[in-house]
Design a protein around this ligand. Structure first.
Ligand SMILES: [Zn+2]
Length: 405
């Protein structure tokens, strides 16, 4: 009697096996065998037809409460965020804030479902999802995302971030809403210290968010130095606070676009500090004209990831949770067009992204979690080039079928 697998994928290519074909056996949600051919029987078999099989996609950053709100919010924020070297990023956030008075989980949730269904169609199994928390949005975005987290459990993991988009010190009441959001069950403490008006307030913002993280024993994910100003230092503040609090490996830096303006000496110091503190970074080069130096960070040993960031909101008009499309755009915007660059881009939407978000075992190897995609492409180059949806999406060893609204 040979072995019996719950699921097998045959005639597959993997990133390690080159042009030779492989078979993958899955037992109880884990990868239990990888080899040239299956060494047993399987209850169910997927024929990859020579297509690439990899880890499923991990989306490191998405403002999920705002999806499909561009027409409600208006277009005035777009220009401020994207033109003039990002000097107007703060004004963009102020312009996008007003319409949040209309926030209601009742209309937000159907938008969230639409984005989550697309995410599954394109092979995402994990999203770090941000919900605005302030005196206008109140807790409506958080409530919608927490409801979606339960609905999609077992298929799509939403890590819900309570995110004080308009600041803590400059936005009265935001801190108590943040506490309430964490009590409701948000998974991650957000933050955006650079939006505060003084250096002292930026430091207090970081302090308050880490205090909340300690109180609820949660990870931290902050939008840092997301503005065209080389002198912003909130990334450094956040990294140092993480080290001081013993939060190594529990802090994620989002955006950090001003990094592209730091002088070389300072950049090298901050990269070394990020590595020491285990702070990973999520970049979104398609949603703003500046971007973090991900290739240099990766070379310095920092985990890096890509995020969708926005879907049709006040900051960006497109998006559909297709992480291969995000990688395709990043390849152009960051001039990462060599094959070795494409391998790094692919890591940034799969394995490296998983490490940034603190996921364990998200790797196609024996003992790894069976969260996989089967692609209609023979290698990473063609997968990014065509950015087609996977032919099969597997979560915890089970194939997911997706109905898009
Ligand atoms: Zn963002």
């Amino acid at each position: 009697m040979g072995k019996i697998y719950d699921l097998a994928i045959v005639n597959a290519r993997t990133r390690n096996t080159g042009s030779s074909q492989a078979a993958i056996g899955i037992t109880q949600g884990r990868i239990s065998m990888i080899g040239p051919s299956l060494d047993g029987e399987a209850k169910k078999t997927i024929d990859a037809s020579g297509g690439l099989v990899t880890e499923s996609f991990v989306n490191g950053h998405l403002h999920l409460c705002k999806v499909y709100t561009l027409e409600m919010a208006g277009q005035s924020a777009l220009g401020e965020y994207q033109q003039g070297g990002m000097g107007g990023a703060m004004t963009a956030i102020e312009r996008a804030a007003e319409f949040k008075n209309t926030y209601d989980a009742k209309w937000i949730l159907p938008n969230v479902r639409k984005a989550c269904d697309l995410a599954l169609l394109y092979g995402n199994t994990h999203i770090r999802a941000f919900a605005d928390v302030d005196s206008k949005a109140r807790l409506e975005g958080v409530k919608a995302l927490l409801a979606a987290r339960e609905e999609y459990k077992g298929r799509l993991d939403l890590q819900v971030v309570a995110f004080p988009q308009d600041g803590i010190l400059r936005e009265e009441g935001a801190l108590s809403y943040m506490k309430e959001a964490m009590s409701l069950g948000a998974d991650v403490v957000g933050g955006i210290p650079w939006i505060e008006l003084t250096r002292g307030d930026e430091e207090r913002h970081v302090e308050e968010m880490f205090r909340l993280a300690a109180e609820f024993d949660k990870d931290v994910s902050m939008l840092l130095d997301d503005v065209g100003d080389a002198d912003e230092r909130t990334l450094e503040m956040c990294v140092l606070k993480g080290l001081a609090q013993g939060w190594q490996g529990r802090v994620t830096a989002q955006h950090c676009r001003a990094m592209s303006l730091y002088n070389e000496n300072y950049f090298r110091k901050i990269a070394a500090l990020m590595r020491k503190a285990g702070v990973g970074l999520v970049a979104d080069p398609h949603t703003g004209p500046l971007h973090a130096r991900v290739r240099d960070l990766a070379a310095a040993g920092v985990n890096v990831a890509l995020g969708q960031d926005d879907i049709a909101d006040a900051y960006y008009p497109y998006g559909r949770c297709n992480m291969l499309e995000v990688a395709f755009l990043a390849s152009h915007l960051m001039w990462m067009t060599k094959f070795e660059d494409m391998e790094l881009l692919y890591n940034m939407v799969t394995t490296s992204a998983a490490r940034v978000l603190g996921l364990r075992g998200h790797v196609l190897e024996q003992g790894g979690t069976a969260d996989l995609v089967v692609l209609p492409a023979e290698d990473v180059y063609h997968a990014i080039w065509d950015h087609q949806p996977p032919s099969h999406v597997i979560r915890n060893g089970l194939e997911i079928t997706v109905g898009v609204n």
